[in-house]
Design a protein around this ligand. Sequence first.
Ligand code: ZN
Length: 856
Amino acid sequence: MLLRISLFLLLTAGALAATPPGIPRDLARERAAQISALSYHLSFVLVPRAATTAGREELTFTLKSAQPILLDYRDGDIQRMTINGRETPATPDNGHLLLPADRLLAGENKVVLEFTSAVAPAGKPIIRYEDKDDGSEYIYTLFVPMDASMAFPCFDQPDLKGRFQLEITAPQDWTVISNTDPEHSAPAPAGQVRTTFGETRPLSTYLFAFAAGPFRELNGALLDLPGLYVRKSKFEIAQREAPEVQRIARRGIAYLSSYFAQPFPFPKYDMVLIPGFPYGGMEHAGATFLREESVLFRTAPTHSDLIGRDLLVLHELTHQWFGDLTTMRWFDDLWLKEGFAQYMAYQALDALKPQENVWQRFSLSIKPSAYEIDSTLGTTPIYQDIPNLKDAKSAYGAIVYSKAPGVLKQLAYVLGPGHFRDGLRLYLKEHLYGNAEWSDLVHSFERVSGQKLDHWADMWIRHRGMPQVDVTWSCQNGQINQFSLAQHDVLAEGNLWPIATEVLLSYNSGPGIRFRASFDSAGAPFPQALGKPCPLYIFANNQDYAYGRFLLDPRSRQAVMAHLGEVRDPFLRALLWSSLWDSVRVAQLEPARYLSLAQQLLPAERDELLLRSIAAHSTTALHRYVSGGTRAQFAPAFENMARTRMLRSTQQDLRILWFRALQAVAETPSGRAGLKDLLTGKLSVPGVELRQLDRWNLVTALVALNDPEADAVFHAEQQRDPSGEGLKYAYMAEAARPDSKTKQKYFDDYLHDPARPEDWIADSLGAFNYWNQSPLTEPFLRPALAALPQIKRERKIFFLVAWLDAFIGGQQSAAAQAQVHDFLRTPGLDPDLRLKILQAVDELDRTVKIRQTFPD
Ligand SMILES: [Zn+2]
């Protein structure tokens, strides 16, 4: 309220000096109430190697009344501005341009601007990528969440949708892709070509985009497939992979159009593969950008990797409806688009490839990252208050990408599939090409189902944290005579959630007995269990419908550990393994017992996803949770197991996974010899040709482990792979070098070299903080924390969390833990950074606690 009043005063007084930085929500609300019929006519001139692009813009909009308006533009220069034909001085201040009231009209207005914006390899929203293989250059935009206003003057908020008309002048041999198809092209000065694109449907600024460079289109002749573009040096490789990607997109379009009862909402759909793209993908309307490395694999892919790629394609595709057609009003509802894209990608894949055990994958690869954050003091509700868009980047993370879809799965269980679908249809239909809030969606579900959801939505969307659900049961005369479920708030903040779950009573043979249990109190008895034969064990989240921590009671845990190898259903087996791992993480189950069980059961595990998960947990236990003595006992056995299974598994996917496991666990001289033999070809993974990044990962491990031959291996690989990407991977491998001088050089580079591409840094953070190098990297912990404000300002959305996870995650000691908690007491620490540190330090807190609870 205060901000609204002060803004009003400031605007009428024209007191530019007091313009707030970023985009405050009150400013956005006022503009959304004033402005309509918005359109942008934009021209950019792209000159190879130039550090800037010259732009021209005709902005038209209708105002309710003649009053001063702030236009957003930060970072570039304005050469000229006219408002309704009158020359007006333009001086951006704090990222805004004031359009004074005396130049504006009630009704239609036209502002013409000439400006220059930056083009750079990193830190800017118009990004240059240099292909070091053939020297060609690519330029692409990435505006989410509010960086369009660094590229051109605009109203940079999601609920002021505009129609865009774009003209790009670029070299003749470049292809330009944008939200619509090109309409015509004409020669321009200096041998360039000017391409004009058709006008878009109404779009939020963060969904407008273009990409330019010598891209080539794949399967251009097959018009019934969505377009796919790749840089020319990857054309041959991409040709092999393209049909699968285009086919799943085409099938996805058919499925989603029918499921949402809304045809594809834009005039065309293209996917553009962007090398070094900082996210898996970005759903620009009609022109999704995908990280090239997520589509054209740099490591030998398994079947599961290919399914992961399908899910990426379907996630971005879902956004064309959920996000692009109907857009959140403000980034506090980011989960609306991300939660649904994530959930719907799985649902669509389940419909398109029903044999893929999609929901098992959901429970193994989506939910754990949500639980990891949601059990920390740094967690947030799914709905995150964002008073200013400059903080919107912080809303991105596992709560939005993993908890929101997990909670939606619970909602689909509560509502039933028909009402769930009808609610989505109603919501989209009522907000076509418009904006909406989460309450609109909840009301749609309530209207179609007749169920009241206010309490459900309040607890799951507005409150942070999660329940732990415990089962208490006993038997008498071979029958259950007592059964109840209880919940408590994992963070001890006193919350109770409405929970709907499926309980499984499991027996030595047969499918077991299942029943549905719903409760929202601290605890409840369930008489439907009474009198049933006494089970071997009980698991209270069968099929993973519920969201929460479901540990096994002591009697069930003992039975599960004794019989896990006999559980035939891979989904149930996965849920039980996950529950055991949760017990390790809360320091109830000794990590060495988990390792023993893994050692005993892993060789026979045939489920690729589950094997991957258990192998990853075992590696974490080895490298973090057990001390050196225990690790020394287990490491050789795990190395041998990995090597043997890599050679002998009958499924190729499993051989690849065991190869990766060997690279992860090898540390003894014999284990390292195996890695070197894989590089020289003395040893090979039957039927599998190692790819570029497989090889560099082996080199990185040898460098990090200080193998006596690491230098020779590194130089040999550099000679073998002189490609552009080889340079990046060599940079990654060197970051693992175990000496202080290297670490210092890299650390300076991370913070002070503006030309270093962000993906090089992101890819090297793990190598820098290799698990065995805590004493070497600990001196960088405090400086890494101190650099957080700079990181938050300059880096793309997911970088900050990756930075924290790497630097804090590289540590294991109580001393490092104390340093982080000491830093948390810094006066005036940005509350948002504080939460992110609390999220990251939780794993270190657990590590210390587990080590203290189970010393050698
Ligand atoms: Zn998304």
